[in-house]
Each structure stands twice: as C-alpha cells, then as structure tokens.
Design a protein around this ligand. Structure first.
Ligand SMILES: Cc1ncc(COP(=O)(O)O)c(C=O)c1O
Length: 308
C-alpha cells in the first residue's frame, strides 16, 4: 500500500469500514466509486467529550437518525440498522482510545456502477474519529454574507446532510477566506437569512432569541440543544424569516454546530454586533452547552452516551 501524505490533523489508528476495523492507512475506496464522482454520499459530524465517567458521545441517537434520514433522501439502503451504526460509532471511539474529538460517519454509493442513477451500486459505510479542537476558535469572529445563496429547497433535500450539497458551503468558504473573513453566512433564495456553511445562526434582540425557520437549512442538533437550554433559562426562542438588517441591529449573534459548538460573532459584513465582544446571553449559553456536553449538568445527561 503506498504511503499516505501527512494529514493536517491528528489521525488515529482504526477506521470502521463495513463492519470491520481497518488500519487508518488501509481504509481506501476505488477511484470509480460512485460518490467520488457525483457526491452521492451522506454523512454526520458528531462530537464526543471527556466526562467524569469516561468519554461520552453527544446526541448519538439523533445523529444516527439524521444519517438514516439523509440516506433515505437518496433512496440509499444502509446495510446496517441504526442500532448497529450507533454501536459501531461507540466501538470506533473506544478502539481508538482518545477521550474527546470528532466522529465522521459516512454512507456512500460505492464502486460497481457508473451513470447518475446510483441504484444498484453497493452502499458502503465508514466511521472515523480523531481529536479535533475548537473549529472556529470560540472568540468573536468576523462573518461575511456570501454572494452565493443557500441551496434552493426545491432543488435538493435541504435538510439532508448529503455530500454533494457541501459544494455550496465550500464555494462560500473559499469566497470569504479570499476576502479575509472567518466564516460565511448564506441568505436563502428569498433573501432571508439561512445559515453558515456548517452552522445554524441565532441572534438576540430585546431578551428574545431568534433563529431562521426550517425549510432551507439543516435542522441542527446543536440548534435544538440551544433552544432547550435557552428555554430552561427562561429565554424564549422564536423561529422566523429574517433579513440581514435584523441581524445588523441584533444585540448578540452566534453560530451553533457540532464542530463550531456555540461560536460568538463579533461582526457581520464589517458591522459590529453589540460592542463586538461576546454577549452575556451568548456566554451563558456557550458555558452551559460546554458543561452539558462534559456531563456536568444532570438535566442534560440524557444527551450523552457513554463509550464503555
Ligand atoms: C449546513 C449546516 N448547517 C448547520 C449545521 C449544524 O448542525 P449540527 O448542530 O447538527 O451539527 C451543520 C453541521 O452539521 C451544517 O453542515
């Protein structure tokens, strides 16, 4: 097997591949795999954290359920049950002996058929994990609205996590990095605020949290967790259709996502949000979220699956 080039992130030992644990460097696919050509795969991003009882996976059941929902959107039959995939995710974390990090389950149309219709191509499933720190750093970031719009919900199944959809996110990320911003924000086809390339967005105004309605965005699992945490603090959340001006005049603004966790936004399109620093409510929600994922809040232990 040819030697792999050096990865820019810390790799681990084993990858679960179609029911077997494979050495990291040997977890390969054929160049004519369907998904490599057409993006016909579905994936999840999951995090696991160190708790006093050992490593725990955050909202495993919901992530596995969303993987299967995404697969269904491509008429993909995953050759394992949700229970088997959840168990395989736990096993991958356990075998790699790391206490916290990121997990990437991926199901895709593999080698055996070319042409756009993927039916008939075998479906493969892989699960990898590796240590991965803060995605956007946790300090207030500079966000820019992308020139591109979010994928039209009549063109794709917008709330499915399909590999091919991420070209939209990649293009926006390239655009804003060139302009020297930290992260992009998408509007939808109607001009309403949608989401980031890999994050949902919230803003605070007059004691109420607001977040875009479902429709052209991913139904984020972190978004759902933040809505519940906010409710427990007595902070109401409204879902609606918002314009950029609503965000420019917000008191606080932040992204949520498995990778980004709760990420404060200091400015949008070079307009300062509040005083540009982490807002009080954002700080409170972020701190509570990070305590919840680490198993420090009994009420939210229901979200954790220990990796025994
Ligand atoms: C486009 C997009 N929006 C939002 C999110 C946040 O979703 P979650 O909180 O489930 O990670 C993600 C990440 O999965 C994403 O890729």
């Amino acid at each position: 097997m040819p030697k792999l080039p050096k990865a820019s992130f810390q790799t681990t030992e084993k990858i679960w591949m179609n029911g077997r644990m494979i050495d990291w460097q040997n977890a390969n696919v054929h160049v004519l795999s369907h998904a490599l050509h057409y993006g016909s795969g579905v994936f999840e991003g999951v995090r696991f954290y160190e708790t006093s009882k050992g490593s725990a996976i955050f909202r495993l059941k919901e992530h596995t359920a969303r993987l299967f929902y995404s697969a269904k959107s491509l008429a993909m039959k995953v050759p394992f049950s949700q229970k088997e995939i959840s168990a395989a995710i736990c096993k991958t974390v356990r075998v790699n002996k790391i206490s916290s990090g990121y997990i990437r389950p991926l199901a895709f149309f593999d080698y055996g058929k070319m042409g756009l219709n993927p039916i008939g191509a075998p479906v493969s499933v892989v699960i990898a994990c590796w240590p991965w720190g803060s995605y956007l750093g946790g300090k207030p970031i500079r966000v820019k609205t992308s020139k591109l719009i979010r994928l039209h919900p009549d063109s794709v199944v917008a709330d499915a996590k399909v590999c091919g959809h991420y070209i939209n996110s990649i293009l926006a990320s390239l655009e804003i990095k060139k302009a020297k911003f930290d992260e992009a924000l998408f509007l939808d086809h109607r001009g309403f605020v949608a989401e980031g390339p890999g994050e949902n967005i919230f803003f605070l105004k007059k004691g109420v949290l607001h977040t875009p309605k479902l429709g052209s965005i991913l139904a984020g699992i972190t978004r759902d967790s933040i809505v519940e945490i906010a409710k427990d603090f007595g902070i109401p959340t409204k879902e609606g259709n918002y314009r950029l001006k609503d965000l420019y005049s917000a008191e606080e603004l932040f992204f949520t996502g498995t990778a980004a966790e709760v990420q404060p936004i200091g400015s949008l399109d070079s307009k300062k949000i509040g005083d540009g620093r982490v807002g009080l409510i954002t700080a409170k929600l972020r701190e509570t979220y990070l305590a919840a994922v680490a198993g420090k809040i009994p009420k939210y232990k229901k979200w954790l699956t220990l990796v025994k």
